[in-house]
Write a protein that binds this ligand. Sequence first.
Ligand code: BTN
Length: 246
Amino acid sequence: MSETVLMNPFPEALVDVRVVGKKISWYPETVSTNTLALESGVDGAVFVAEYQTAGRGRHGRRWHSAPGLGLYFSVALWGPLRGVTFGAALAARDALSSGCAVAIRWPNDLCCGQRKIGGILVEQREGLLALGIGINVNQHMDDFPSCLRHRAGSLRMATGVVWDRRETFCQLLMHLDAVVQRLRTGEFDAIHAEWTDACNMIGKRVRRGATTGKVTAVDMEGALLLQTATGMKRVGCGDVTISDIE
Ligand code: BTN
């Protein structure tokens, strides 16, 4: 029986970047690219895989990594880097914008219409951050497990065309490099304001469990500040599902 040998479709480095993508390591398969990043210790090193056997999502969820169809990668960054999740969402949105209108849905999902096409997970170990990004690029509906089919999407599903993963990956890294530079030169406030604007939650009525309120602000950690009948309530992104937005 012949064995299929996968070829690396990605560059080994980007030129004209300051940090992100100066070194890119490709894996046909790994447990999670975030784990590789957390073990690396090299600022700006990027780890990209065709397939993750245990890709991690927020809140302990799994990230489904259909082999060869998406982009699953992590950037190792020495912290602290306040606002990196906000900046990463803006960078991803902008990197994809020439081919697809991508929105940032609170707390930090990348969406085309109502369907989630990407997510961001930042993990930390002893001052080193793993900025992990998963983008569904060329999946069809059937490539997702049935439990995700009502809400997952891909760039291909949204646009009807096959996307060039290498070009998309390079665009993502270049935008991430620029936003990391902005954060490291003290632009947290501006990035937080851009992200708040992009989430478009201010003024919306939100219900969570028994609590209903109007969003008056999004704080520096990304939590919603709700004006409710019984006073102000803070809804953090760590433990919440927005059940309805009126
Ligand atoms: C989310 O739940 O929305 C975050 C998903 C993040 C998935 C990416 S894929 C690359 C990196 N490695 C992981 O194990 N997770 C992130």
